[in-house]
Design a protein around this ligand. Structure first.
Ligand SMILES: C[S@@+](CC[C@H](N)C(=O)[O-])C[C@H]1O[C@@H](n2cnc3c(N)ncnc32)[C@H](O)[C@@H]1O
Length: 356
């Protein structure tokens, strides 16, 4: 018999996640709710209304619905309803399975992982370590934003911010805002400075990566950059609090703009006044060699002694522009560098002195 799952109650975030996954596996799902006007109704191809859980007719209505719709399994994302069904199902519908994991554990799994990861961090030597719960909050919220920054890179960012001087932060290439969120939150927690996100969020030539492998162009062809910009706003607006703004420009044009005035205004974030000197530069824009070289050289000159320059995708399966550009920078400015390491594929460079 083909699998057909009744999701009850069907309107919770866990229920919607279940629906998406089941649909991607080609499974049939029927949504159910006790609210006659449940707004999630339109998400489900099949829908039915059940009485409230402790109503005298709930059990009979459930059995009837399962038989009428040939349901083979039940998915219940609701803490208390799950307890009720776990007790009742063996008697009411012995052949119909129920999700085994308690919704309590499903809801808390990602929080538990973040708290465990943050608590397991080795004690650092510096005195500016974040409290474990701030680290856990950072990890958990970062996880809700899609993007390529992995755990190793986020851990490394947390480490370097503990010794970062005061100044502006600039990110070249913000896309949906995952790394921007991490930079912003760390800058706020350590009182470093304000973040400027530079990204054209457009299909223009400035973002065209001709030297990368075919998969990069294929994905780029699918991206709606206006949507990407809106996703960035959705992710960053709740956290900005006057500490973030953006220039919707390619990195070279944004540099001229940043050089002209330290004040950046936008409709969404208002006015942000920057210091004009960089404590941290994250380069993750166009990965072709010439673009990466220009971003690193031109913006890198503004990084102050003690500050950090991060070149993302230094180790990358789809091209070598960032690596060649970063290697050329290291070669030219070796004397000015005091520290370097690779984490999560990104190269982290600390400046000991000014870049000539
Ligand atoms: C890999 S994504 C950035 C991902 C982001 N840093 C993260 O980790 O969440 C690259 C971004 O660079 C932007 N970009 C491409 N060319 C650029 C340029 N010339 N200047 C600035 N940004 C550019 C693209 O629009 C895209 O949003």
């Amino acid at each position: 018999m083909t699998r057909k799952t009744l999701v009850f109650p069907a309107g919770t975030p866990l229920a919607r996640t279940f629906l998406r996954l089941a649909e991607s596996r080609g499974e049939t799902v029927v949504g159910a709710s006790s609210h006659s006007d449940d707004p999630c109704r339109s998400l489900y191809a099949d829908w039915l209304t059940l009485p409230y859980l402790h109503a005298p007719d709930f059990d009979d209505a459930l059995v009837e619905a399962v038989r009428a719709h040939r349901i083979t399994a039940l998915y219940c994302p609701h803490l208390w309803a799950w307890e009720y069904l776990r007790n009742k199902l063996p008697r009411l519908l012995p052949d119909v399975g129920l999700n085994e994991q308690h919704p309590l554990d499903t809801e808390l799994r990602l929080f538990r992982e973040s708290i465990a990861r943050a608590s397991a961090w080795p004690p650092g030597a510096c005195d500016r370590r974040l409290p474990a719960m701030e680290r856990a909050a950072l990890l958990r919220h970062a996880e809700t934003i899609p993007g390529a920054s992995d755990d190793a890179k986020i851990d490394a960012l947390c480490r370097i911010f503990a010794t970062c001087p005061r100044g502006d932060l600039v990110e070249i290439g913000s896309f949906w805002g995952k790394s921007a969120f991490v930079l912003l939150r760390l800058a706020q927690l350590h009182d470093i400075g304000k973040l400027l996100c530079v990204d054209p969020w457009s299909n223009s030539d400035a973002g065209d990566q001709r030297e990368s492998s075919d998969e990069i162009a294929a994905v780029r062809g699918r991206i709606d950059f206006q949507e990407a910009f809106e996703v960035f706003l959705v992710n960053l607006l709740p956290y900005a609090r006057g500490d973030l703004n953006y220039l919707r420009l390619p990195a070279d044009r944004a540099l001229s703009r940043y050089g002209l005035s330290c004040s950046v205004s936008s409709e969404e974030f208002g006015e942000t006044v920057y210091e004009g000197r960089l404590a941290c530069l994250h380069v993750d824009g166009n990965h072709d060699y010439e673009f990466a070289r220009r971003d690193i050289e031109q913006w890198g000159k503004l990084v102050i002694p003690g500050g950090w320059l991060i070149v993302d995708d230094y180790v990358w399966a789809f091209g070598d522009g960032p690596r060649r550009a970063a290697d050329a920078f290291v070669e030219r400015h070796r004397q000015a560098l005091s520290e370097n390491f690779i984490a999560g594929g990104a190269l982290f460079l600390r400046l000991g002195g000014a870049i000539a």
